[in-house]
Structure formats: structure tokens, C-alpha cells
Design a protein around this ligand. Structure first.
Ligand SMILES: NC(=O)c1ccc[n+]([C@@H]2O[C@H](COP(=O)([O-])OP(=O)(O)OC[C@H]3O[C@@H](n4cnc5c(N)ncnc54)[C@H](OP(=O)(O)O)[C@@H]3O)[C@@H](O)[C@H]2O)c1
Length: 287
């Protein structure tokens, strides 16, 4: 079966994939992940696949797909470019991350390894695409949020709900640019249809640059609460974090160290080529 119009979405159960599936204007999707949802959206076919399994392409023998969108971690995507090309993929838009830059000099070796892995995977993906004649675009978002689902903003909202207040390490003066998953889903579709974006990488910051403290204040507002923020000396914050850590999977003490560091990126190239117009940071959470 030839499915020229369908878009192959690798890692479709991601935050961006969830937003993509819900877009009113989108192509039909062939969605791939290890754990497909139990009640998937209409106009999407789901295939259970682990991209690290070398045989994963076998389940697609009846499909020819021209375009692919990679929402899974780039280190699972870079090694499978040959299989994508064998499926007929000629155009690939893949997400990477600005963590490639922000974590490169982290004092935490695990974070430096993430940055290194992202950089190596970008290089591998580009080399493989060029060898196989697949036109590639890389998109590097900053911190992604999708109300109710993400592990960044929504987690902070959960802590605020639970404790009524949020401690910061220092004054939280570091700049942030949180970006909404729906804006990323939309721009990824634009990139797929923009020939000028082939062979290019774009940083995708959110539509507003604000301090970590202002970001937290907006989360309070999104919950309908008056901000209650405790600016703690960083050593005290670290001590508190060491007790809370077992309840915060995926969180690291470096998050505190970074609250006073600027993590900002320029969106001009994406604005010019992809009409990137990200929304300001006004998250809304149900009462
Ligand atoms: N979250 C952020 O703040 C952030 C910031 C910058 C960049 N990014 C990048 O943006 C992209 C999307 O991020 P996200 O946070 O929306 O993603 P996410 O929620 O972490 O989801 C990743 C997706 O990849 C799938 N996946 C992981 N390993 C797989 C494998 N071996 N085989 C098949 N599917 C696999 C997961 O589904 P299953 O578990 O069902 O397989 C899931 O659908 C990723 O490339 C991420 O690195 C994220």
C-alpha cells in the first residue's frame, strides 16, 4: 500500500506528538512508539515499535512513506536513517534540543553526557541523511511544556498545588524561554513543507523571555493563585532538594544551580524561514 500523503511520526506519544495528533489541520499520521495509547485519536494509525530493535522496519513492509517527523530522542532516530530511506522517506524533520549547548559545560557529568550524545547524534543523523539523499531539518526547542503532561512546568504546578509555595535557589534571575508543544507541532509541519529549511538546524525558543522567577509567577497565575515564592540561599535549596529528590524523578541539583543562569536562544532564523511565532508564556491549569 502506498501512503504518500501520510506522515510517519516517530515517538508520537511524546508531548509534541500529543499536540500534533490534536491539531485540527494535519496530515493523516502513521504513529510509532513503544507504548501506543490505549484510545488513540482518529485519523492516526499506531504501530508498536522499538527503534532500538534492528528489525523494527519489518512491520512497515506494506507502506511507502515520503515524509517523517522524529519526536523520539534523537539518539534513537540517528541510527535508523537507512531503514527510513528504505521505507521511501525523502524528507525528515527531527527534534534535537538546545540542551546540546546549555548542558555542555555542566559540572554534572551525566548532563555533559546528554549534551555530548545530542551533538554526536545530530552529526550522525546529518551524515546518514546526506549519504542516503534524505533532506533533513533539525529543530532544537528550549524547555517544552504542555499543560497537564510535561515534567517541567506541570511538575512545578503540581508542587505549587501540593505545598502552596515554591522555593527558589537564589533570586531566580536566570532567563528562560518555555515553548508550548503545540507551537512545536505546528512549526514541524511547516518545516516539512519548506524546501528552504532542508539542510538547516533551527533553535526554537518560546515566544517570551522571562526570568525563572517570573516563569514561576506565571505558573501560580495559571493555577489561579497568588504567587508565594521563597528565595532561599542556594546551599539551603540544595539541602532541601537532597531530601525531596526521591519524589522528583528526573530532577537534578543542577536545576537549582541554573536558576540564576540565562538559557536563551535566538529565534530569528526560524522566524524568517519557518514563520515561527511562538506564544507568550501564559500556561493555564484546570482548577
Ligand atoms: N521535554 C523537553 O523539555 C525537551 C526540550 C528540548 C528538546 N526536547 C526533544 O524534543 C523531542 C520531543 O520531546 P518530548 O519531551 O515531547 O518527548 P518525550 O515526551 O520524552 O517522548 C519521547 C517519545 O519517544 C518515544 N520513544 C522513546 N524511545 C523510543 C524507542 N526506542 N522506540 C520508539 N519510540 C521511542 C516515546 O514513546 P514510548 O515510550 O511509548 O516509546 C515518546 O513517544 C525529543 O527529541 C526531545 O529530546 C525535549
Amino acid at each position: 500500500m502506498i501512503q504518500d500523503e501520510a506522515l510517519l511520526a516517530l515517538g508520537a506519544s511524546s508531548l509534541i506528538g500529543g499536540a500534533l495528533c490534536a491539531l485540527p489541520e494535519r496530515p493523516p499520521l502513521i504513529c510509532v512508539s513503544r507504548n501506543p495509547p490505549t484510545s488513540p485519536q482518529s485519523r492516526a494509525r499506531w504501530i508498536r515499535v522499538d527503534l532500538t530493535n534492528p528489525e523494527w522496519g519489518a512491520g512497515f513492509a506494506d507502506l511507502r512513506l515520503r515524509k517523517a517527523l522524529a519526536l523520539a530522542p534523537i539518539w534513537t532516530v540517528a541510527p535508523v536513517i537507512d531503514q527510513l530511506a528504505d521505507l521511501g522517506v525523502e524528507r525528515l524533520v527531527s527534534f534535537s534540543s538546545t540542551s546540546r549547548f546549555t548542558k555542555a559545560a555542566s559540572p554534572d557529568p551525566a548532563e555533559r553526557e546528554v549534551a555530548d550524545r545530542l551533538a554526536r547524534s545530530e552529526t550522525r543523523l546529518i551524515e546518514s541523511c546526506e549519504r542516503r539523499g534524505v533532506a533533513w531539518t533539525l529543530l532544537r526547542p528550549t524547555l517544552i511544556y504542555l499543560e497537564g503532561r510535561d515534567q517541567n512546568v506541570t511538575r512545578l504546578a503540581g508542587l505549587i498545588r501540593r505545598f502552596g509555595a515554591l522555593p527558589l535557589a537564589g533570586d531566580g534571575s536566570g532567563l528562560r524561554q518555555p515553548v508550548h508543544a503545540e507551537d512545536l507541532a505546528t512549526v514541524a509541519l511547516t518545516a516539512l513543507d519548506t524546501p528552504a529549511a532542508a539542510g538547516r538546524a533551527y533553535d526554537l525558543p518560546g515566544g517570551e523571555t522571562l526570568t525563572y522567577r517570573a516563569m514561576v509567577e506565571r505558573i501560580f497565575e495559571g493555577l489561579g493563585k497568588r504567587p508565594r515564592i521563597l528565595a532561599l540561599p542556594p546551599e539551603l535549596w540544595r539541602l532541601g532538594f537532597s531530601f525531596a529528590r526521591p519524589f522528583l524523578p528526573g530532577a537534578s541539583a543542577q536545576m537549582g544551580a541554573r536558576m540564576e543562569a540565562d538559557l536563551t536562544f535566538d529565534s530569528k532564523a526560524a522566524e524568517a524561514d519557518l514563520n515561527w511565532r511562538a506564544r507568550p508564556f501564559r500556561p493555564r491549569f484546570p482548577a
